[in-house]
Design a protein around this ligand. Structure first.
Ligand code: ATP
Ligand code: MG
Length: 373
């Protein structure tokens, strides 16, 4: 077994820096394999970085966001800007360790569900045979998944879309063109490419692209420098509204900063995008509805004796579903199974992750508890 401090080398940090990092590592195991990961943001080391089997699996970097495209884009890019679609699902990194493909979610946990289901969705065998140190980064999208469900007309249940190819240890990305070519060659589905634009015209192009995405209720774009080392995201108003609606449907479980950040996005967006007062007023109305109507529904539900929570449906083999339930329960989540049936040899399970505060507080306030603020 590699002594602990030897991990500092592949991580590219000093021995004492590693000792400082160690106390922030979370210990986990997956099918008898011990590993450690960085569950939250740390200076110098990406969140989601994993130490496993003497190897480092680098976390996916945090992607900065532009609030105003016209001025934001030129601060990040010098020359060309490649624009691809930002998909709304959950982040996955797939690597091959000791002959086994493992899928890690954002914070660096092996997800037993994704590790199994990815095998059905994409054939990565040839890719890892040729490039054993690759880290396949992408988004799992579609309505049937345990983390972030969003409907895409092209996805019935669940699908994978690659958006980066990185070196597993260093996190270095392949340039966009090379990455798109390689994934094409291995038959791996990728996120949509809109085009590559000169930095001076990029803001207008992105505004035009985002307008179309808006109409289709899609999330937004991620811009990259051609070498894929600089990333910048921008999202639609539709996506912000649906985030807010979701957050206000569990109003005491989502952090208030989550909500406030989204309100700010809308503030800046309306200045850059909504030309007239009339359009701004229409936006204000939609924003208000997203907040108020979802909160109203949640209060109503609890008032009627029901509970609110995060509902998800998954479709997979029975073994995969069991592994998922065990994984989620091990993290301390309380799950209520709402339906469990068989369909075409798969198990289709709908469950609800119980949230505590929203249920309790809504009930208390409905019963007349007063607030002193
Ligand atoms: P975090 O940055 O910690 O992942 P977040 O909530 O800020 O959390 P998002 O706002 O969803 O994340 O934006 C970043 C995420 O977008 C990436 O982690 C990735 O999972 C996802 N994503 C979807 N499409 C793309 C794409 N084309 N390029 C890069 N990331 C993408
Ligand atoms: Mg996301």
């Amino acid at each position: 077994m590699m002594s602990d401090t030897e991990y500092h080398r592949p991580l590219g940090i000093g021995e004492s820096a590693f000792e400082g990092l160690e106390e922030h590592l979370e210990d986990r195991s997956y099918e008898g394999r011990e590993y450690r990961h960085v569950p939250d943001y740390r200076r110098g080391i990406e969140r989601g970085t994993v130490l496993i089997d003497r190897e480092v699996v680098r976390g996916f970097p945090k992607v900065p966001r532009a609030l105003v495209l016209e001025t934001g884009i030129p601060t990040q890019f010098e020359d060309r800007v490649v624009v691809e679609e930002k998909l709304n699902g959950y982040n996955v990194r797939v690597v091959c360790l000791e002959g086994e493909r493992l899928a890690f979610t954002r914070s660096g946990m092996v997800c037993p569900f994704t590790t199994r289901i990815i095998e059905r969705l994409v054939d990565l065998e040839a890719l890892f045979d040729d490039h054993p140190g690759a880290m396949v980064c992408g988004e799992m999208i579609g309505p049937e998944n345990p983390y972030t469900a969003h409907d895409y007309p092209e996805v019935d249940s669940l699908a994978f879309r690659a958006f980066d190819w990185r070196d597993r240890q260093s996190g270095e990305p392949l340039a966009v063109e090379a990455r798109r070519e390689r994934y094409d060659r291995y038959g791996v589905p990728q996120t949509r490419l809109f085009g590559s634009y000169d930095v001076d015209e990029a803001a207008d192009e992105v505004l035009r692209i985002v307008e179309d995405l808006e109409a289709e209720n899609r999330e937004g774009v991620v811009m990259r420098s051609p070498d894929a080392t600089t990333l910048l995201k921008y999202t639609t108003s539709a996506s912000t509204r649906s985030d807010l609606a979701y957050a206000f449907s569990l109003p005491f479980d989502y952090g208030q900063p989550f909500m406030f950040r989204r309100l700010l996005r809308e503030g800046f967006r309306t200045i850059e995008v909504d030309g007239s007062d009339d359009i701004a007023r229409k936006r204000a109305h939609e924003l208000g509805e997203a907040i108020l109507l979802s909160m109203r529904e949640a209060i109503d539900t609890v008032g009627d004796g029901g509970t609110v929570g995060e509902r998800h449906t998954v479709r997979a083999s029975s073994e995969t579903v069991e592994a998922l339930l065990e994984h989620l329960r091990k993290q301390g989540l309380t799950l209520e199974i709402e339906s469990d049936r068989r369909e075409d040899g798969d198990r289709v399970l709908t469950f609800c992750k119980r949230v505590q505060s929203s249920n309790d507080k809504i009930e208390n306030y409905l019963e007349g508890h007063v607030v002193t603020e």
